[in-house]
Design a protein around this ligand. Structure first.
Ligand code: CU
Length: 143
């Protein structure tokens, strides 16, 4: 599997050159948004559509943002009619497939925003993948 390393190096180089290049290189994101919450709320949720454009699995292992104290990957599960959130330490994206983060399912749990965020504001969140790939994504705050 020697070929993997040059490919990965190419992906990382592409990311440093700008978002337009990263879109075609590995994993792309669209429809990234954060739900607006009343002022004073300590938790917000981020949603998006991830797409793995490569022919091998990509594994999301973490997310981070300078706009929040911490960011976690969560999934809402309903058991016996009760919804609860579980922490996911990794989410695998299968080759050439999409994965949707949406209310009631996968979401980014954004803890303790450093400023009040209003609809129309933008938030930078970095998605971190196994192997060192970091994808910067701009999320839009929506009602
Ligand atoms: Cu959550």
């Amino acid at each position: 599997m020697k070929w993997r390393y040059p490919v990965l190096a190419g992906l990382i180089l592409a990311l440093t050159l700008g978002a337009a290049v990263s879109q075609e290189a590995g994993v792309s994101v669209r429809d990234a948004w954060v739900r607006e919450t009343p002022p004073g709320m300590t938790m917000m949720a981020g949603y998006m559509a991830l797409r793995n454009n490569t022919s091998r699995s990509q594994v999301l292992v973490a997310a981070s943002s300078s706009g929040f104290e911490s960011v976690m990957i969560h999934r809402t599960l309903v058991k016996d009619g009760v919804a609860r959130m579980v922490h996911e330490s990794r989410i695998e994206l299968t080759p050439n497939a999409s994965l949707i983060f949406a209310p009631g399912g996968y979401h980014l749990m954004l803890m303790n925003p450093k400023r009040t965020l209003r609809a129309g504001d933008r938030v930078d969140i970095n998605l971190e993948f196994r192997g060192g790939l970091v994808l910067p994504v701009v999320f839009e705050v929506r009602k």
